[in-house]
Design a protein around this ligand. Structure first.
Ligand SMILES: [Zn+2]
Length: 318
């Protein structure tokens, strides 16, 4: 499941989605069709690919070579993180396991809606697994972003929205569908946006980012570096980053002059708890972010939970 180091043996790897921290140059991958397309555009080379529809059941003997003698059934379910992102549900030896990869529960304009399924053992991401991370309503965030762009343009500044090229870039672009703003997209965002469009995702009109003509446009880009060096032709920039970490006072590497909007492709703390409630697992293993803290929070709620990516602290009742 999502190994970061390339698996070059005959073993099959489940790739939950095409972000670089969940993919590598594996020899044989199990994934959804959108993830296959997105992964191909980011990682070249040949590999065996087993594409599954959401809900389709793969039986162990359908994989060649079969990875194990233990019979199992595998199915993929929408994770709602980015287009094609999937959770994997395994059944073997009369037991079930759900691995989430990255996920979010809120409805998205550019990815499938997350669909939790029951499993006895749950391995889940907990990036925002601390109670302080509760995101404001998405509509409210989008409205603020649109207002930010309109104000910048009316003051003769060029608004630049800094967002990951896969996922966040398409989410903010799709959210600007009705806003009637002129938009330019950075090349890496544009390439992936075309794949999203092939899968029916609706976007407003956009043109490729060009410093010579960028002035007066909303720029959507994963990085501001090329904009800063081209500033003489673009003119004054007004920069905003889109990230759940905007809830922190810390700026996480962005200059303090940047605006920050809390738009995230991950579940916030409330939705992490709702997700566990929906899956009804017997035990939970947590991964990424505040894994130990979230596991501790679950234990206090009476759920058996352990952190996989951080050490659990010894807890003594005094
Ligand atoms: Zn991701």
């Amino acid at each position: 499941m999502d190994p970061k180091i390339p698996v070059r043996s005959s073993e099959w790897v489940f790739v939950s989605h095409a972000h670089s921290d969940h993919t590598a140059r594996h020899s044989a991958v199990i994934l959804t069709e959108p993830t296959r397309r997105l992964m191909r555009s980011r990682i070249s080379g040949l590999r065996s690919e087993r594409v599954l529809e959401f809900g389709q059941i793969l039986r162990h003997w359908e994989l060649e070579p079969s990875p194990t003698q233990t019979p199992f059934n595998l199915s993929l379910h929408p994770a709602g993180h980015v287009l094609g992102s999937a959770m994997a549900r395994l059944e073997a030896n009369g037991q079930s396991l759900l691995y989430t990869g990255d996920f979010k529960l809120r409805a998205s304009k550019s990815s499938e809606r997350c669909s939790p399924v029951h499993a006895e053992t749950l391995i889940m991401e907990t990036t925002y697994g601390r109670p302080r991370y509760v995101f404001p309503p998405t509509d409210q965030v989008i409205e603020s972003v649109i207002q930010f762009c309109r104000t910048a343009l009316s003051e003769n500044q060029t608004p630049a929205l800094v967002a990951y090229s896969l996922g966040k870039g398409q989410e903010i672009l799709a959210s600007l569908l009705e806003a009637g703003l002129p938009i330019q997209l950075h090349g890496s965002t544009a390439k992936l946006t075309e794949i999203y469009a092939d899968f029916g995702c609706r976007f407003p009109e956009w043109t490729p980012l060009n410093p010579e003509t960028a002035r007066g446009h909303v720029l959507i880009t994963p990085t501001v570096r090329p904009l800063l060096s081209a500033q003489p032709s673009i003119g004054p920039l007004r920069i905003a980053s889109l990230s759940g970490w905007a809830l922190d006072n810390r700026s996480w590497g962005t200059p303090s002059s940047h605006h920050r909007f809390p738009l995230s492709d991950h579940a916030d703390f409330t939705d992490l708890m709702k997700f566990v409630e929906a899956v009804q697992p017997k035990r939970v293993f947590t991964l990424h972010g505040f894994a130990a803290e979230f596991a501790r929070h679950l234990r206090r709620q009476g759920v058996e939970a352990y952190a996989l990516s951080e050490d659990d602290q010894l807890e003594l009742a005094l």
